[in-house]
Design a protein around this ligand. Structure first.
Ligand code: TYM
Length: 396
């Protein structure tokens, strides 16, 4: 499948279902709405599905495939094959991912980070992690720079709590580190026209000019490794597919600047606790934040949308539908590693042997157990957070 470039016709990322306005699917870096059709995103964004051959190649380095790959939570890529071929020839890659710190971290954000940690451990490679306190300030009128910088610190603690090591994890705080980024930002920005930016990101006349310039900043960590170390190696970016428009424009200009095109591996969205849609910090009642206390988690889970029936008697008789249940997705994404136990849970649900109350109680317990450990590690991260700050000592 040909890659979508930034030609006008091909880069409309705000994809709208022609049939039904209510089910409109919108996937942009700033908004995800409606029922997400991942097959359609592969077609319209011009990415590649993960083929069996590619997964065999990946498994050569990772032993067993990570659960998120086995379950196709990561489902699509650009140039993962190229990066693995180069790796085989001795050319390493760096990992790059990030977070827009406009609020606290929710468990959906952890999905690509957990997978990033797995790749880092298997490939023994460096991670650049960008905290875009500038982006969130520019796009959200309600937050101050002080807020986004405060959240950048808070969000970094969540990353560290997952087990990343300071030796090979380099956190970039955009506002603080802009001097390090700015020369490459300018090289990038000069090569992206307004018409490309508009077609790729849907900018309007009313969009502030900071936001229009800003995508150049998200490109920079793809290339920063060369500036720091002198080594020109590709970057591999694990992230949900909403970030893909950034990579399309970055991939276009990378060769012009003498860099490899950055590669991507894309994941699906962990849904919120409502009916459909991704988990989103802007909807706190249907999101589980990493700092939520146990009672709040229980309450949110208790109010979650499931595939259950109106009454227990009806459900025992007719069964329920896990395919539309938000809770079932939490087992699938994060909280049931054993495939046979997951299948058994699904079967019992479908035939009405297990009711939603039992399933909700189980997930609340698992979530609270995970969060208790995470919150403890997050507290400990406060003592070492400085060690993760991008190390300028290497700078040539
Ligand atoms: P942000 O803060 O919106 O999201 C951070 C990361 O979490 C992913 N994500 C999700 N993944 C699974 N399920 C969800 N419900 C969910 N919601 C969000 C996002 O895809 C992202 O990977 N502009 C970026 C910050 C950034 C970045 C990067 C992200 C800078 N450089 C490089 C990824 C890669 C942002 O605002 O992400």
């Amino acid at each position: 499948m040909p890659e979508k470039t930034t030609s006008k016709k091909e880069t409309v990322i705000q994809t709208t279902s022609p049939s039904n306005g209510e089910n409109e699917m919108v996937v942009t870096p700033w908004e995800v709405r409606g029922k997400v059709d991942y097959e359609r995103l592969i077609r319209e964004f011009g990415t590649q599905p993960l083929s069996e051959d590619l997964l065999k190649k990946l498994a050569k380095y990772t032993d067993a495939l990570h659960l998120q790959i086995q379950r196709r939570i990561f489902f699509s890529h650009r140039d993962l094959d190229t990066v693995l071929d180069l790796y085989e020839k001795g050319i390493k890659f760096v990992l790059y991912t990030g977070r827009g710190p406009s609020g606290p971290v929710h468990i959906g954000h952890l999905v690509p980070w957990i997978f990033t940690l797995h790749l880092q451990e298997k490939f023994k490679t460096r991670l650049y992690f960008q905290l875009t306190d500038d982006e969130k300030f520019l796009i959200d009128d309600k937050v101050t720079l002080n807020d986004t910088q405060k959240y950048a610190y808070e969000n970094a603690l969540d990353l560290i709590a997952l087990g990343f090591k300071p030796e090979d994890t380099f956190i970039i705080y955009d506002v603080k580190d802009v001097d390090l980024l700015y020369d490459i930002t300018l090289e990038v920005a000069r090569r992206i026209t307004y018409s490309t930016a508009k077609a790729s990101f849907g900018f309007q006349d009313s969009t502030n000019i900071g936001w229009i310039f800003w995508p150049a900043l998200q490109a920079v960590p793809c290339f920063i490794h060369k500036k720091l170390t002198g080594e020109n190696v590709p970057a591999l970016i694990p992230a949900a597919i909403d970030q893909d428009p950034y990579w399309r424009v970055t991939r276009d200009i990378a060769p012009k600047l003498g860099y490899y095109k950055p590669a991507q591996i894309h994941c699906r969205f962990l849904p919120g606790l409502g009916a459909g849609g991704k988990m989103s910090a802007s909807e706190p009642e249907t999101s589980i934040f990493t700092m939520d206390p146990p009672d709040l988690v229980k309450r949110k889970i208790w109010n979650a949308f499931t595939g259950g029936k109106g009454t227990a008697a009806e459900q025992r008789k007719l069964g329920a539908d896990p395919s539309i249940c938000s809770i079932f997705q939490y087992y699938l994404f994060l909280f049931e590693e054993d495939d046979s136990k997951l299948a058994e849970r699904e079967r019992r649900c479908r035939v009405g042997e297990m009711l939603c109350g039992e399933c909700k109680t189980d997930i609340a317990e698992r979530l609270n157990k995970f969060l208790a450990g995470h919150q403890k590690r997050r507290e400990e991260a406060k003592d070492i957070i400085e060690e993760f700050h991008i190390k300028r000592s290497e700078l040539r």
